[in-house]
Write a protein that binds this ligand. Structure first.
Ligand code: SF4
Ligand code: SF4
Length: 402
C-alpha cells in the first residue's frame, strides 16, 4: 500500500453514523450521519472530532464516493446493542510459544500451540469482508510465528491497519524490514516497568527493537504496565521510551495472569490510592512530553473520573470487549478480549458477533452490574474491567471504593 493510500480515510456504516479510519494515524472516529451531512453541506471542517480535524479535507477530497455510500448504508445498518455493527479491531493470539518466561505473562507456562494458518487466513478474510478496520497480532511471541508475513500481507492488501505486539526479542532489522515490506504499519514493544516483571533474558531487546523499527520506517509504540510499585517511575520510563524511538506510550492496567503466576498480580494490581498516584504520573507525562502520544488501556477507564471529572461520556469509551473489538485465541476460538476466559467455538466471526450469549451479557452490563458500578456517574464511560472484576461484579479495586 502506497503512502498516499495510508493517508486516505476509510468510512464504514454504523447505525445512524459513519466510522472513519485513518490508517496512517491508526485512528478512528465515529460521526453521526446528521452531523457529517450538515458539515458537508456547509463545507465546515474545523469542528469535527479532534483526531480528524487535520485530515478531514483529505478524506473528503479523496474518497467522496465511499463516504457517500457509507452515509447511505448507515440508514439501514443494524448493530447489536451498544456495539459496532462489526468489530473495529480484531486481536489474533497467533502463538502460545515464547522463548521467555515473564512473571507478568497472561499465558500459562508452556502454552505452546500456534494458531493454524488456515484458520487464521479464513478468519482474517472474513474480517476483511465484514469491514473490520484494524488487526493486531500478538502471542505469546508473534515474531516466531512462521506465517506472520503472509498474515500481515493479507490484511495490508485490503487496507487494514496492521500492528504487532512483541517483547522485542528477535525483532532485528532484517525481520522488521520484511514485515514492513509485507505491509506492517506499527510495532508495539512491551517495555519493562520494573525488572521483576520480566524474564532477565530479555535484556535490552525492547530498546533494540524500538530502534530497529524506527530504522526501517515503522510507526512505534511502547506498552508499559502501570504496576503499583512502579507508578512514580512512569514519567522516567516514558522519557526513556521517547528517547528510544517510541512515538506512543500505552499504559496497561495489571490484570490477572495465568494461575501459576497469580502472585505477580497480587503484588502489582492497582488499589485505592494507587489511582491518584497514577493520575499524577499521567498528568506529568502529558505536560512534560507532549511529543509522545499517551494512551490508556480501556481497563484504566476508572481514571477518567480523576483526570476529567466533568467529561461527557463518549459512546466508544470504557471496556470495549465485544463492543468495539474481539479476539481470536491460538485455537481459533473467539473471545471478547484477550484477557477474558470463555472462548467460544463459533464457526464464523459474524455469527459470534451477532449471536454470542457472552457478548450479549457484556453489552447489557449497564443494567446488570452490581450496584457499586451501576450507581457510578462514570458507568457509561467505564463499566470496570471484566478481566479483573469478572462477570457482573463491581470493580472493587476502583478508587471510588465501590
Ligand atoms: S475486559 Fe478489561 S482488558 Fe478486556 S477489553 Fe474490557 S477493560 Fe480491556
Ligand atoms: S465505580 Fe465502576 S464504573 Fe465507576 S469508575 Fe469505578 S470501576 Fe468504573
Amino acid at each position: 500500500m502506497s503512502p498516499a493510500a495510508n493517508n486516505l480515510v476509510r468510512w464504514r456504516p454504523e447505525p445512524g453514523a459513519v466510522l472513519g479510519f485513518h490508517k496512517g494515524l491508526a485512528r478512528t472516529v465515529l460521526v453521526s450521519v446528521s452531523d457529517l451531512e450538515q458539515r458537508l453541506a456547509k463545507g465546515a471542517r474545523a469542528c469535527l472530532p479532534r483526531p480528524f480535524e487535520s485530515v478531514i479535507g483529505l478524506a473528503l477530497a479523496s474518497d467522496r464516493d465511499a463516504l457517500a455510500e457509507a452515509l447511505l448504508r448507515a440508514r439501514t445498518t443494524w448493530a447489536p446493542p451498544r456495539s459496532f455493527a462489526v468489530p473495529e479491531t480484531l486481536h489474533f493470539e497467533v502463538a502460545g510459544a515464547c522463548p521467555l518466561d515473564c512473571p507478568s505473562c497472561y499465558l500459562e507456562r508452556g502454552a505452546a500451540a500456534a494458531l493454524p494458518w488456515e484458520r487464521l487466513r479464513q478468519t482474517l478474510q472474513e474480517a476483511i469482508d465484514m469491514g473490520v478496520l484494524q488487526v493486531a497480532f500478538g502471542g505469546g511471541e508473534p515474531l516466531g510465528y512462521e506465517p506472520l508475513e503472509e498474515a500481515v500481507a493479507l490484511a495490508a492488501r485490503h487496507g487494514l491497519g496492521v500492528s504487532i505486539t512483541t517483547s522485542g526479542l528477535g525483532a532485528d532489522t532484517a525481520k522488521l524490514s520484511r514485515l514492513r515490506a509485507a505491509g506492517l504499519d506499527h510495532l508495539q514493544v512491551s517495555v519493562p516497568e520494573q525488572p521483576s516483571s520480566r524474564d532477565a533474558r530479555l535484556g535490552d531487546a525492547p530498546w533494540a527493537a524500538l530502534a530497529a523499527a524506527r530504522a526501517v520506517g515503522l510507526s512505534t509504540g511502547a506498552n508499559v504496565v502501570a504496576a503499583s510499585p512502579a507508578l512514580t517511575e512512569l514519567p522516567a520510563i516514558a522519557a526513556m521510551a521517547l528517547r528510544g524511538g517510541a512515538r506512543s506510550f500505552n499504559l496497561l492496567r495489571p490484570k490477572p495472569v495465568a494461575r501459576d503466576r497469580q502472585s505477580w498480580f497480587e503484588r502489582n494490581r492497582l488499589r485505592g490510592e494507587d489511582w491518584r498516584r497514577l493520575a499524577v504520573a499521567v498528568a506529568r507525562i502529558r505536560s512534560k512530553m507532549p511529543e509522545i502520544r499517551l494512551t490508556l488501556d480501556s481497563a484504566l477507564s476508572p481514571i477518567i473520573g480523576l483526570l476529567a471529572p466533568h467529561h461527557r461520556p463518549r459512546p466508544t469509551a470504557g471496556c470495549a470487549a465485544g463492543r468495539r473489538f474481539a479476539a481470536v485465541d491460538r485455537n481459533g476460538r473467539f473471545k471478547p478480549c484477550s484477557h477474558l476466559q470463555g472462548a467460544e467455538e463459533e464457526s464464523s466471526l459474524a455469527e459470534y458477533w451477532k449471536a454470542s450469549p457472552a457478548l450479549a451479557a457484556l453489552r447489557s452490563l449497564e443494567e446488570t452490574i452490581d450496584p457499586g458500578c451501576r450507581e457510578c456517574p462514570d458507568l457509561e464511560s467505564c463499566r470496570g474491567c471484566r478481566a479483573i472484576a469478572g462477570g457482573e461484579t463491581a470493580d472493587s479495586d476502583c478508587w471510588r471504593g465501590c
